[in-house]
Design a protein around this ligand. Structure first.
Ligand SMILES: [Mn+2]
Length: 370
């Protein structure tokens, strides 16, 4: 009996390993491991206006390296984290905007650069040139469409995953230090991975794959306090956010005949509501709750242009609209970009007309799934 049981166990493990066709390549993981071992100075970078996944995946990797390779990796985020994510900060995490020269010097002198949660260097804004020209070996770990593979020595790219944090988790599970046992991850690493996945799925509301739940389960078993985490991430906003949200959805939101809801937040409104970076996080998702709405667009004025967020229901490509009309891109159902004046529109007042025009044309060509 025992023999049969062991055979079953063997085959079920074998099957489990082979059903996930999209798990990272073990050989590639060992190459990354070798690069980590040999590197002297490691810099980890993520995108500007970092969100939970950018900061979660970057700091998770930093904790893994710091506790297993006897050296300190440095995390450089182009701009500061929203307050709600402050708990991910430590002395080795910096916002480049605070000291741009120091950040560029650190990038120029590193011998291994690891980029997480973005597909092209331009997503790092003013760090783009330093990253492109630095002589370090470069690894990309990302879940966005169309990664700029030519810029990297090693690329881990997976679209069918919740987050860069989940992809990183899969990679770490294959590392010799972890050997598939999440309890071997440093506690701060496990918490950061859970943070990135939880924020990118909007607390399991979207982009949840079988592997996402396996990861969540393993991290819970490893001791991550999810209740505390959710409380920190989602129940910690300022009142200003809710006042602005009420005004935006109550008086500002427009819905086109084609089912596109959009909201435009001007700088004067941001000031009126005393909004800070991060206060409008997730606003773009709100109108998706309306049955007839198939796509939502949120514009926030930022120093002379609009930052644009686009979300869509299945069958409508937020990514295509962002690419075609807002100089951006991202995921199929969640994308972003920018809108400039006087190049794209004559003045900020013309933004609503622009949205009406481009979405009327766009929605004619989209085939929503029933
Ligand atoms: Mn992400």
């Amino acid at each position: 009996m025992k023999f049969i049981y062991e055979m079953q166990l063997f085959f079920s493990k074998f099957a489990a390993q082979n059903t996930d066709m999209h798990s990272p390549d073990p050989e590639k993981t060992l190459i990354a491991h070798d690069m980590l071992q040999k590197a002297e100075r490691i810099v980890i970078v993520s995108h500007h206006h970092p969100d939970g996944d950018a900061a979660g995946s970057s700091t998770a990797l930093m904790h893994f390296i710091n506790s297993n390779f006897g050296r300190k990796a440095q995390v450089i985020l182009p701009t500061a984290l929203p307050e709600a994510l402050d708990f991910l900060l430590s002395e080795d995490v910096c916002a480049a905007e605070d000291d741009i020269a120091a950040a560029k010097a650190a990038i120029a002198s590193c011998d291994l650069l690891i980029c997480l949660d973005f597909n092209t260097f331009s997503r790092t804004d003013f760090l783009e040139e330093s990253l492109r020209t630095c002589n370090a070996r470069k690894i990309l770990i990302d879940h966005h469409l169309k990664p700029d593979t030519d810029c990297f020595d090693l690329v881990f790219s997976k679209i069918e995953t919740s987050s860069a944090s989940e992809l990183l988790y899969d990679i770490l599970m294959l590392m010799p230090e972890i050997r598939g046992d999440a309890s071997r991850l440093p506690a701060a690493c496990a918490t950061a991975l859970m943070t990135g996945m939880t924020t990118d799925t909007n607390n399991f509301a979207n982009s949840v794959f079988p592997g996402t739940l396996r990861m969540a389960s393993a991290l819970l078993e490893a001791g991550v306090d999810r209740d505390a985490l959710v409380d920190r991430i989602f129940n910690c906003y300022r009142e200003n956010r809710y006042r602005a949200m009420g005004w935006l959805t109550g008086e500002n939101m427009r819905i086109t005949a084609n089912g596109v809801a959009y909201m435009i937040l001007r700088e004067t409104d941001s000031r009126r509501f005393g909004l800070r970076e991060g206060d409008t996080e997730g606003f773009v998702n709100i109108p998706l709750g309306i049955k007839s709405v198939r796509m939502t667009i949120f514009l926030r004025e930022d120093n002379g242009f609009f930052r644009v967020s686009v979300r869509s229901k299945r069958g409508i490509s937020a990514n295509r609209l962002a690419r075609e009309s807002f100089h951006g891109g991202g995921h199929e159902q969640a994308a972003g970009g920018r809108l400039y004046w006087p190049d794209d529109i004559s003045s900020p007042d013309a933004a609503a007309d622009y949205i009406e025009q481009v979405t009327a044309r766009f929605m004619q060509n989209e085939q929503p799934s029933k």
